[in-house]
Ligand binder design. Structure first.
Ligand code: ADP
Ligand code: MG
Ligand code: MG
Length: 493
């Protein structure tokens, strides 16, 4: 396999070998320097669209340009070992391929999720749509995946371990690029004072590569008057991340987008006899979901009708219902069982993928449940949910497991158990709403991946940039939008 694109620049190799400086990245920075960098960073964010809607302003999630605030960010990039970075990049195309292959095994998806289906109404509805597509033998010739595989570096074993693989609404391809750029600019200006070299912050291509993938998919659909449709939540304070993608799509590729909620698609959409999806009078070539991953996105039957309408159409879905299901935590856990990856990948790739799997257990494994009740701090209990804030940690793991056991075994199938990963904490400057504070922090690295194929022809299968998120080490969860973490970039050591 070719070296990952992110490492193609000779920048890295030329950078001074200043590992010691990186190790002390955020320590001992004089406060006047912090203030200067803060000021520059805040101005830069405002001028360059590193922004989100301000939750203190009422219309900030519905009207663009109203109530903007800089996105939460780390003032300086977090150090990250080059070897692990390479490893994460190298995994991206393998995971892309894995998702595609698993998605084609409808029986595997249905069987793996069959017990979850009984106790989790949301997953059950997704599976119903999937079953209906299997019944009508629906084939998706053109398949587009815009994924993000998230990792933490486990301190004790020094292993890069996967937290999860997102196959729907992978967020921050737009803003993550801006944070990398901001860090490079700050280090260009202040790097000498800090003993840091801006060339060690890898360039981030997420927004341009994701736009490229969407444009290529649009092109495969082969209807020059069709549009890309962004399925959005009715209130979205992270809209600028999404608008960045649409802007690049328009400006670089000349592809127009429309933005609709699930409920609008229900009222304004229909499928023509030839399978075309028409929404608000426009033919849709590609449906890009930035909503639809959470039960909250389906407050009534209208939203489910819209999801079904889109699925049965010939528009390219990013993701299709089967790609969506491959990204569930239950499938992650099933893939980690012995002899399962063997059904989908070759030996060399299996070894690479398995190396990044943390311990994952189904709750019908009595030994795992027993261990988790005894030592809850070593585990995370996860329901089939996305978007942050849903997992269970610490003493709540024990309490929940005991309660679920008492309720009967069925309920247990809604969750998986995962080994808790403990990254090394280091000092970071976390900036929110114009105020910084320094704290011990841990980070999660996400690698974006884009995959596009038309029948047998793989048109794109690449890693596409990265997202670093940093949070105070005392916090369990990690979502930026959910308010736990800040956007960050990496400083390769
Ligand atoms: P979601 O789909 O809601 O983002 P995740 O599996 O990514 O679900 O979990 C949310 C957050 O919880 C992660 O960003 C991470 O901070 C934390 N987390 C999840 N799994 C683990 C784990 N095994 N060890 C430590 N932290 C974890
Ligand atoms: Mg997720
Ligand atoms: Mg996550």
């Amino acid at each position: 396999m070719d070296p990952p694109r992110c490492l193609g620049s000779s920048d890295l190799e030329e950078a001074t070998d200043d590992i010691a400086a990186a190790a002390t990245l955020h320590r001992g920075v004089p406060s006047d320097l912090v203030e200067k960098m803060m000021y520059d960073a805040l101005v830069w964010s405002a001028l360059h669209g590193l922004v989100v809607g301000d939750r203190r302003v009422q219309n900030s999630g519905t009207v663009p340009g109203v109530g903007l605030v800089h996105a939460p960010f780390a003032l300086l990039p977090m150090s990250f070992p080059k070897a692990h970075w390479r490893q994460a990049c190298e995994l991206a195309p393998i995971f892309n391929e894995l998702v595609d292959r698993v998605s084609l095994d409808g029986k595997f998806l249905q069987d793996s999720l069959s017990r979850t289906k009984k106790v989790d109404a949301f997953t059950s509805r997704l599976l119903d749509i999937h079953s209906k597509m299997l019944e009508i033998n629906k084939t998706e010739d053109i398949r587009l995946g815009l994924h993000r595989s998230d990792y933490m570096l486990d301190a004790e074993t020094n292993l890069l371990l996967q937290i999860e693989l997102n196959t729907i609404s992978s967020s921050f391809p737009g803003l993550s690029c801006l944070v990398s750029e901001l860090h490079r600019i700050l280090l260009n200006q202040y790097g000498k004072d800090l003993g840091l070299d801006s060339r060690r912050v890898p360039g981030n291509t997420a927004v341009s590569r994701f736009a490229e993938a969407l444009a290529k998919a649009w092109n495969e659909y082969n209807n020059s008057s069709a549009v890309v449709m962004v399925v959005a939540q009715s209130e979205e304070r992270n809209m600028y991340d999404q608008h960045w993608l649409c802007a690049v799509l328009k400006e670089i590729h000349g592809v127009a987008t429309i933005r609709k909620t699930l409920s609008e698609i229900d009222t304004q959409g229909h499928v023509l006899p030839d399978g075309s999806l028409v929404v608000d009078g426009q033919t849709v070539a590609v449906i890009y979901f930035r909503a639809g991953y959470s039960p909250n996105d389906y407050p009534s039957e209208a939203e489910w009708r819209a999801r079904f309408l889109m699925e049965k159409s010939s528009a390219i879905k990013c993701p299709s219902i089967s790609y969506h299901l491959v990204g569930t935590k239950k499938i992650q856990q099933e893939l980690a069982k012995p002899n399962v990856l063997e059904r989908f990948l070759d030996t060399e790739d299996i070894a690479k993928v398995r190396k990044c799997f943390a311990g994952l257990w189904s709750l019908d494994d009595p030994d795992a449940v027993k261990s988790a009740i005894e030592k809850p701090d070593l585990f995370v209990l996860k329901p089939q949910r996305e978007g942050g804030g849903n997992n269970i940690y610490g003493d709540n793991v024990r309490e929940t497991l005991i309660r679920l056991q008492q309720q009967g075994t069925e309920e247990l199938a809604a969750y998986i158990l995962m080994q808790r990963i403990f990254p090394t904490a280091s000092l970071a400057f976390l900036v929110r709403e114009g105020v910084w504070h320094q704290d011990n922090a841990i980070s999660e690295l996400g690698i974006y991946g884009a995959y596009l194929r038309n029948k047998d022809k793989v048109i794109m299968n690449d890693q596409c940039g990265y997202l670093m998120r940093t949070k105070v080490s005392s916090s369990n969860e990690g979502g930026v939008a959910a308010g736990f973490a800040v956007l960050d970039s990496i400083y390769l050591t």
